[in-house]
Design a protein around this ligand. Sequence first.
Ligand SMILES: *[C@@H]1O[C@H](CO)[C@@H](O)[C@H](O)[C@H]1NC(C)=O
Ligand SMILES: *[C@@H]1O[C@H](CO)[C@@H](O)[C@H](O)[C@H]1NC(C)=O
Ligand SMILES: *[C@@H]1O[C@H](CO)[C@@H](O)[C@H](O)[C@H]1NC(C)=O
Length: 383
Amino acid sequence: MMVVKILTQAIFAGLLAVTHGLPQILQRSSEANNSNCFPFGTSHRLNLDLQPPPMSRSDWWCSQDMFYGFLGFSYAFQYTNMDFDVSTISKDMIRMKQEFGATMIRMYIPESYTTELWENVIQAAIWNNMGVVLQVAFPISGNDLSLEAALESTLFNVLANSRYSAIAPYVIYAAEYLNEPVGDCDMCAAGSTGDPSEPASLANLTTGMANFRTEMHKHGIPAGISEDWDRPGLMSGPVGTDGLGVGLGVVGAALEPVLDFVHAHIMAYYHNVGVSEAWNYTAGQVLWYKKYLPQLPLVISEMMWATGYNVLHAGGDITGFAVAEVSVADYTLFWKTVDENCAFMKEHNVAWFIHAWREEGTLDMLQADGTVVIPNWKPQKWC
Ligand SMILES: *[C@@H]1O[C@H](CO)[C@@H](O)[C@H](O)[C@H]1NC(C)=O
Ligand SMILES: *[C@@H]1O[C@H](CO)[C@@H](O)[C@H](O)[C@H]1NC(C)=O
Ligand SMILES: *[C@@H]1O[C@H](CO)[C@@H](O)[C@H](O)[C@H]1NC(C)=O
């Protein structure tokens, strides 16, 4: 009974968006800025009939200097193939918009290997007039490259040859290749030592990145890697006196020429920084990216804190792996501090996502009982 009821509500939420256009209440976050562009301006709306807007892609999207402040949530499709129907995605998007003022979602580790997931996300984004950062990354736990190939080929198919082909570049803001492939050594050559800077492994990574980018460019979509560059000796150079890598490391330098943007993972949580020092670490990282990769647009696609011990992501002192203190109060303090530094984000032209909406245990904003961890809070988009 319960299942049926929830499904009905989900379908109703979806139908509401289709039959009546978008309710007024969904538009709130953009109203503080009268920008005439997507996804921040209210005048730019994706067509429910799937026709692309009558302008170029670059005229459609808001300019890069407007991409600062809160964008939305990482939205995982990691553990199940059952809850990615259009109405479920749309129902979550409606909450992200209404309750938090989100304008975009970032797909995270989409564990689905058919065209259906890509199409459903695009469809739900059209209903809700939201932008999408997508990601092709096979599950962290399993390095079966046939899965990565399926993710990419199904995406390429949807972009080139589906009813969404024409409108997709107006929905998809950017595409991330893999998810922390350096830290997880995802493209390490068979039989290698597990060092991503070893030549065959580095060639696999940079070739994979370049090939993916070539495909995305056919549709005008910029591509990059989703990674933490605070990996001295690999992504960043050797550690300097301030504790940060000086310049680019061997992997970072090899990747730089084939990237259109930096979607950075800035994760005080995993660098054993206490919550009261987390902003200092985060701001220091932003300045690092601006110093060494100044030509690339910067979005923080992953930042996180935990509400409690998280068996999936360590956290707390139980595993000794990520020893940050974790509680609802710490989680709330972390995110509100990020938001309070909107002027810094604006000055450095940095937009950010909250990691995550769901499926990531105690990193999630959405709790198991359907409530959110930080109620009545709209992070700033404009400041
Ligand atoms: C909207 O944001 C852009 C970029 O920050 C700014 O240049 C513009 O003045 C803002 N417009 C309004 C009406 O606040
Ligand atoms: C990396 O390249 C080697 C050949 O140099 C190949 O045998 C291996 O399968 C590749 N691995 C990946 C992860 O692409
Ligand atoms: C971080 O804190 C240190 C010590 O107070 C300070 O020197 C540094 O400027 C801070 N970094 C940032 C980016 O605010």
